[in-house]
Design a protein around this ligand. Sequence first.
Ligand code: NAD
Length: 486
Amino acid sequence: MEVGRKLMLINGQWVESGVDEWISVENPAQKGSIVGEVPHAKAADVDRAVLAAAKAFERWRQVSARERGKLMIRIGEAIEAKAEAIARITALETGNAIRTQSRPEAMLTADLFRYFGGVASEIKGETIPLGEQLLSYSRREPIGVVGGIVPWNSPVGLAALKIAMAITAGNTLVLKPSSEAPLAVLELARICSEILPNGVLNVVTGTGSECGIPLARHPLVRKLSFTGSYEVGRTIMEAAAERIVPVTLELGGKSPQIVFPDADEPQVVEGVLLAMRFTRQGQSCTAGSRLFLHESIYDSFLEKLVKKLKALKIGDPLDESTDMGALINQTQLDKVCAFVQEGIQQKGAILLTGGLPPQEGPLSLGYFMEPTIIGNVKNEWRIAREEIFGPVLVVISWKEEEEAIRMANESHYGLAAFIWTHDIGKALRTAHQIESGWVQINQGVGIVPGQSYGGFKQSGIGREYSLEGMLESFTQRKSITINLQF
Ligand code: NAD
């Protein structure tokens, strides 16, 4: 075990679960090898954590926003100093390559705290001109105990986002990382706990059913912020509906990339590869996993893309020369393989590169898969409709602009989109018609703190990542009106 046993954080103390059960965390790059263990938290542990958070809220809400912001900035600095350790643990438990994924994620984590710390003083209200006889103003107040639940694909960045937004806004937090990747989040929590008062941040490590459900349903949790799959997101919304608590859902996607005929260029090929998040094994909610190529460039573009993908180095996530690591676990690998198998059996589908994982050789020792492209796909097939969450890109050809936009929007998801063309009019026209929360033109990079982020349609509800997102999602407005003639 490289990381060993880690405890969870409740009320400033590092504790086991009440039942002394442990969850093993596997190294996805070496099947069966355990990198660490975390407490198997149950409902009683969640209850302890929520009570601690509720108690801490009484004092934390009274700390001025400016002071809270200063602490966030200190946390950001402390994370940067330990970024390499966080990156290594993330690579070990997620299989995400350190150079292309885990290290940039650790650095982003520091930036998130600095960003929210910097804008903390903007948690302010307005005065409303109701006349000379009245003074009316609004306040942005914290909501209370937040229940935050995050997935495994970008565990530290997403945990940092929930922590920084909830706590800067004056709430306290009980955070549940995924049981697949809790170790780096606990490392992040250690840094936070050295700077924050006890109970402001609590982390419970457990499974969705035994720890996530009790957290979502806890009567003292006043706000739910969930990032994960559409299926679980629905149950979180049901739990929120039971008690009428506000909920933010950041869910999945099947995001389109539309390449216009003038964009058959190496830099676009590079951008499409990045936008598909091939170097995170496609395990990204914003992955541009449906490629709409204009028929006039279909063959030449794909020829370049396949060549580029074949040059990616797949292997040990901790090796600096590795471009692409391993998928998270056997279940995910099986799910992705089932999609590939189904896709290539469709009439007319063409496997252009990759396919089912190697059965022998070094890559068979972990959950590795080659980047895979399936061409000649129909937009209505399941591989073009469902989120695969693996390194599988489906390609669909189009003739007319309206047809590309219509197909791009024929999805129950609406998280991200990517448009590739030199024609600015065409690009903006398309961007305005696309039903997605975030459209990028001529780039395929990750989100930057300050941009409101969230989905249209079944990709989610609410916005996070920005000052506006923090205000909308983590504060509640109160209006106060004073009669000046009294
Ligand atoms: P998941 O929904 O299975 O799990 C997410 C979290 O919810 C985990 O911590 C899990 O333990 C917990 N959970 C599971 N069942 C639960 C339940 N019934 N009640 C409460 N909590 C429960 O998702 P995953 O497989 O960990 O992550 C992949 C998914 O996350 C993909 O769909 C991806 O698109 C999505 N995602 C979305 C964003 C975004 O910002 N929109 C970012 C990253 C990942």
